[in-house]
Design a protein around this ligand. Structure first.
Ligand code: ADP
Length: 261
């Protein structure tokens, strides 16, 4: 608590009493900690690829005897790390834009099934590399009130994760269905799964269940934080069901489009 006290005086006389004000600053302290942790995380995430870029560039410059094979290997690493940095900066900018109080969606009537199909098409090559098949099903009226570009961004992140955390030659199913007043977008994978205790944390910025694995999968650690924000901006909700070693299901509930009279 932050405590302020103000004496009550009448004229020049003695103090008649005291007004004591208690401010609950636990929330402020918590926010301050979240901000500090975030800055520390960003710094760490940026430093790792930069250190690697610097190291390999220095080696290439200093070692004149380097074999063609090694040169190519180092340049490939430099390119990969630059890509990672670019992606990270892009996601950071995206998150800060979405978190801005003036952020607004371009809401309209959107066919969620169409967006889901376009997303699958977009990620076809990523899935093909792991020989993963993506099955798509739709039922009912799937028109929701939403921002098509933002919905696609959410679906890309969710399906990308399903691919990243699944073994080669596995199957992913994507479903868009009408349920009551909602349009549901649902993905089911048969990947590594998430232990129960970790599930509430995966939407935190930079939180990863397995750091090394996520790094290898090429993620930035911000994907689900972005999805959560955008889902909330749509007044929707997201549910996760998962079992370690069995697989994961993400369901995003969006509001069905209702025509204005
Ligand atoms: P990342 O870039 O690390 O994938 P995300 O914010 O997209 O970051 O996801 C956070 C973490 O949640 C991941 O690092 C991973 O541990 C876990 N995760 C997300 N999707 C899945 C999934 N489909 N299967 C298993 N784990 C997942």
């Amino acid at each position: 608590f932050d405590v302020h006290s103000i004496p009550i005086r009448r004229g020049h006389g003695h103090s008649k009493g005291l007004v004591v004000i208690f401010h609950d600053i636990t929330r402020l302290k918590k926010l301050e900690k979240v901000r500090k942790d975030f800055v520390a995380n960003v710094s760490h995430e940026l430093r790792t690829p930069v250190t690697s870029l610097k190291g390999f560039a220095e080696t290439l410059l200093e070692d004149s005897q380097i074999s063609d094979e090694d040169r190519e290997k180092f340049l490939t690493i430099i390119l990969k790390e630059s890509d990672r940095l670019q992606l990270l900066i892009q996601d950071l900018l995206e998150l800060s834009k979405i978190e801005d109080e003036h952020f607004q969606l371009n809401k309209e009537a959107v066919d969620v099934a169409r967006i889901a199909q376009e997303t699958i098409e977009l990620l076809k090559e990523t899935a093909r590399k792991k020989e993963i098949s993506v099955q798509f099903n739709t039922s009912g009226t799937t028109v929701a009130s939403g921002d098509s570009a933002r919905l696609k961004q959410m679906f890309v992140n969710i399906i990308n994760n399903a691919i990243a955390y699944s073994p080669e030659k596995s199957h992913i199913s994507v479903e868009v269905a009408e349920e009551g007043n909602a349009v549901i977008f649902r993905t089911t994978d048969t990947g590594i799964g998430i232990v129960k205790e970790e599930i509430p944390r995966i939407f935190e910025r930079f939180y990863r269940v397995d750091r090394a694995r996520s790094r290898n999968s090429g993620g930035t650690g911000l994907g689900l934080a972005i999805v959560k924000h955008l889902t909330e901006a749509h007044n929707g909700r997201i549910e996760v069901e998962s079992e370690q070693g069995v697989g994961t299901t993400f369901s995003i509930y969006l509001n069905k489009y209702v025509q204005k009279e």
